[in-house]
Design a protein around this ligand. Sequence first.
Ligand code: NAG
Length: 340
Amino acid sequence: MWSRERRVSWRGRLLLWCVLVAAWELSWGQLRYSVPEEMQKGSFVGDVAKDLGLELSALRGSGAHVVSEGRNQYFSLHEKTGHLVMAERIDRERVCESAEDCVLRCEMIVEGEMKVYAIEVEIRDINDNAPSFRDEEMQVKVSETAAPGWRFLLRSALDPDIGRNSLQGYELSDNEHFALDVQTGKDGWKRPELVLVKVLDREEAAFHELVLTAMDGGDPPRTGTVLIRVIVLDANDNAPVFSQAVYTVRVREDVPLGSVLLTVSATDADDGMNGEVNFSFEKISVKASEIFHLDTETGVITLTGSLDFEEGDSYELEVQAKDGGDHTVPEDSPAGTVVA
Ligand SMILES: *[C@@H]1O[C@H](CO)[C@@H](O)[C@H](O)[C@H]1NC(C)=O
């Protein structure tokens, strides 16, 4: 139904055109105006009456009106003044998208004179859009073992304006670890890349916050920003460190079995399993191993056999602390020595 009606109406329009062309005088390309986008409804576009040499008095009674090509009526004729004015606000980016030239056509029909005047209106770009990033925040994960020169392609900003009013470049906030490299592709597309310039250390800072700013070339320029949250991934670059190099405890030989003699402790600056510590006896005599028990996870040393001063007045136990990661750097953890 719809398409049939439409076809009929198209045919009707074609017929009308034939009649117009035959009987009416058609003037092409006589009038061309240029206005910036985003002008208010009613804004002046051009003095068509003057430019066509039409008397205002003649225009008023002549049933003159303006018809735009296409569905939207962007322009209208102000009868009193003979001015072509905006019938609605125009957003160049919406009407013409990314086209370099945005020219809208309309016709002024003066029925009394049986004339049609073709009018072209160029819509100029204004810097009504700022560059913008899709998200407010980007996350970048970098291992603390990444070497300088390591790169990460960042998401680009978009600015629908054209020419200088469109995206011109990027800037990165001051920081000591990263620099910005912007490559321009064949299509003119600018791609911002984060480049590592100084090795990261998660134990020093597990996160870094950078601000990437995109700028256009308008006057004044407009900008858009995105927060880049750099997450430094842990490598097992730290060995556990004991709270003391030597733990000494003196006990009486009649101390009951099961007594806690002392607790060794060690810390590891790494993250997750890389920072979890377990303990074990490193060097221990068979006899001592029957007397002392070390809890792997807590570092608590308890008495499991009886002490006899006559059999031994001192025991030296070496405890090793080990983290749960695979070491990427040589193990150099100092083992703590327990003297009981
Ligand atoms: C510590 O020992 C416990 C119990 O044997 C084990 O489940 C855990 O994975 C160990 N952790 C590390 C860091 O080796």
